[in-house]
Write a protein that binds this ligand. Structure first.
Ligand code: ZN
Length: 125
């Protein structure tokens, strides 16, 4: 079930991100994780230009996901939302799933305490 952490702003959330949050919740359920906490929407402090400010990104808590399940859960989320999986490192981010060359999809960043899910429309060249 989706829970919204008190203080989290959701009024700007884009429908694609709402859909993605439901997908994450479904995958959490499948892995036996009953609570899916939205810990940041368009609120909070993020880097300049962050998709959070335009309602195109959410953070979902992973603290309640057993550590051995975090990567399998993130891979399932990436398969559901991105389709094509790429993993690597980016600064302090442990793992990234992006949709290179694939427009209108999502980027998923697995951080230490949360999963950042971002709707990232890429220009097709
Ligand atoms: Zn985030």
């Amino acid at each position: 079930m989706i829970h919204i952490k008190p203080g989290v702003t959701i009024h700007r959330l884009q429908p694609q991100v709402v859909l993605a949050t439901h997908a994450v919740d479904g995958i959490y359920q499948r892995h036996g994780i009953i609570e899916c906490w939205l810990t940041s929407g368009s609120d909070g402090k993020h880097r300049a230009g962050s998709k959070h400010y335009s309602g195109e990104a959410v953070d979902i808590r992973t603290r309640n996901v057993p550590s051995q399940l975090r990567i399998p859960v993130a891979i399932d989320v990436a398969k559901a939302l991105v389709g094509r999986v790429f993993d690597g490192r980016h600064g302090r981010v442990k793992m990234i799933f992006q949709s290179p060359g694939n427009p209108s999809l999502f980027d998923i960043f697995l951080h230490k305490t949360h999963m950042h899910v971002e709707y990232d429309v890429k220009e097709q060249t």
